[in-house]
Ligand binder design. Structure first.
Ligand code: MRU
Length: 341
């Protein structure tokens, strides 16, 4: 099933959102049927639905829910709350704004606008997979391009979008076309999107892969164990600075040291030219508990404080290329995302 989708209404139940609860994967494949904006906000905050493109679709479909189910006087308040449920991924606010813009034309137009956000994301994922694989063909040696070892962090696959995803979509494309020797997935502490979600997706693809702890990445790169690093993005600033899952900046530094291409894969909807540089990006702080515990099991001593920034910013100068559904931007050659398409 798709990570997130809309289910049309019947005589028994109005139209609603259906999503796979990612907080329970891989142990349980539980589907959530969401009828209220409050339940959607809860699902977003606890990462039952997550990943920048999926958050954009959730935001747009959430506006359709609000308009369909709420008293008109309550709609704006609900949408405003939804828009800021998580701050870093620009896609959430953008998805909300695109659907909200159709409000003057009525509920059917809002739903159509939300479904367009979903469909545009599916098309964008396919385009990124092709562009990313073509870029690897251009920048890697012939032997690496035909038998690539690709390192990735967090989860950027179909679960993080509607279908296929961003960086992991490129890995999938390489696998489907017989050009993937091995994927290397970082487990991605603290919430383990790499070991819980990316490993689950790679298994379903039948792709060869190793799961590694985050701190193994630098030494594997320095030893020549990967041909390229591919990551997603939550927000790409006008100058190319890119916010993504915590640990991405360290991975970019290690790739730079090892002379390995560092490639960001994200839809155009993640490019935020209103944000001048990474210094302006709001980094979500998710609090101590996720670091001190894993699924309710206490790891750290009681009473300690943990810092838990969910994202970091990789400076543009460490990025070889930004692959979107429409173009390939080369920060290493001085290109910027705010240059005209
Ligand atoms: O906290 P998450 O799991 O929502 O973080 C997700 C990421 O950082 C992804 O890499 C990013 O959203 C790109 S997803 C295609």
């Amino acid at each position: 099933m798709r990570a997130i989708d809309w289910t049309d209404g019947t005589t028994e139940r109005p139209g609603h959102i259906r999503l796979l609860d990612q907080s329970l994967l891989p142990q349980s494949e539980t589907v959530l049927e969401i009828d209220t904006v409050d339940d959607l906000i809860d699902a977003i905050k606890r990462l039952a639905v997550r990943g920048a493109p999926a958050l954009g679709v959730a935001g747009a479909l959430g506006v359709a829910l609000a308009v369909q189910n709420l008293d008109p006087a309550e709609v704006d308040k609900a949408i405003d709350k939804l828009r800021v449920a998580r701050p870093t991924a620009v896609n959430l606010a953008l998805g909300v704004d695109l659907a909200r813009a159709a409000r003057p034309d009525g509920a059917a137009a809002v739903l159509a606008a939300a479904l367009k956000v979903r469909d545009d994301d599916i098309a964008a994922s396919s385009a990124m997979a092709k562009h990313g694989a073509a870029l690897l063909g251009e920048i890697l040696s012939d032997s690496a391009a035909s038998s690539a070892r690709l390192m990735t962090i967090c989860n950027t696959g179909g679960l993080a979008a509607v279908e296929r995803g961003t960086a992991l979509g490129v890995v999938q494309e390489m696998h489907l076309t017989g050009r993937l020797k091995q994927a290397i997935a970082l487990e991605t502490r603290p919430l383990l999107q790499g070991s819980r979600l990316t490993a689950w997706e790679l298994l379903q693809m039948g792709a060869p892969f190793d799961l590694i702890v985050d701190s193994a990445a630098a030494s594997i790169l320095a030893a020549g164990g990967a041909d390229a690093v591919l990551v997603g993005a939550d927000r790409i600033a006008a100058n190319g600075d890119t916010a993504n899952k915590i640990g991405t900046f360290a991975l970019a530094l290690a790739a730079d040291y090892a002379g390995v291409p560092f490639i960001v894969v994200a839809p155009e909807s993640t490019v935020d030219t209103q944000t001048a540089s990474g210094a302006e990006i709001d980094i979500e702080d998710r609090g101590s508990t996720e670091v001190a515990e894993i699924r309710g099991m206490r790891l750290a001593p009681e009473g300690i404080a943990a810092a838990n920034p969910a994202f970091d910013v990789t400076p543009a100068k460490l990025i070889t290329a930004i692959v979107t559904d429409k173009r390939v931007i080369r920060p290493d050659r001085g290109d910027r995302p705010d240059q005209p398409l």
